[in-house]
Design a protein around this ligand. Structure first.
Ligand code: HEC
Length: 111
């Protein structure tokens, strides 16, 4: 019984740790790849609700990539949105965006 409880607790910690790591990685991606054009990072993220970010990030961020690939003003981002790196990053990025969406109740630390 005790052992089982310990096991449960450690599984919980592992999962928590993992989701935080994804948010953290997503934040790094955002700062590196998005802030350049959407400077006001946090307030930009908070203009959308979780549901909206989910839609943008569906199928590994396909919709978000399309918005940018259609827009001449976003030309500088094309190589990133077309890259495999973006496909790989999209999961973490989604976690981060949803973590700080309008209706998430979270406010990111100022750093
Ligand atoms: C080279 C500049 C550039 C980069 C880099 C860039 N964007 Fe954009 N983004 C734009 C432009 C231009 C538009 C279209 C005009 C608009 O709606 O503001 C846009 C539109 C968007 C929209 C839709 C806006 C809306 O209100 O519907 C979202 C969401 C978005 N970008 C998120 C991101 C994310 C997340 C990243 C990082 C992975 C990113 N952008 C990187 C230039 C950029």
């Amino acid at each position: 019984m005790n052992k089982f409880f310990l096991f449960l607790v450690s599984v919980m910690f592992l999962t928590l740790g993992n989701s935080n790591a994804a948010v953290y990685k997503g934040q790094k991606v955002f700062v590196k790849k998005c802030v350049e054009c959407h400077e006001s990072g946090q307030s930009f993220i908070a203009t959308k609700k979780i549901r909206e970010w989910k839609k943008f990030m569906k199928k590994r961020g396909e919709a978000l990539a399309e918005i940018h690939l259609k827009d001449e003003n976003a030309k500088k981002s094309w190589s990133y949105f077309e890259s495999r790196k973006y496909t790989k990053d999209s999961r973490d990025l989604e976690q981060f965006l949803e973590e700080y969406a309008k209706d998430s109740g979270n406010v990111p630390a100022c750093n």
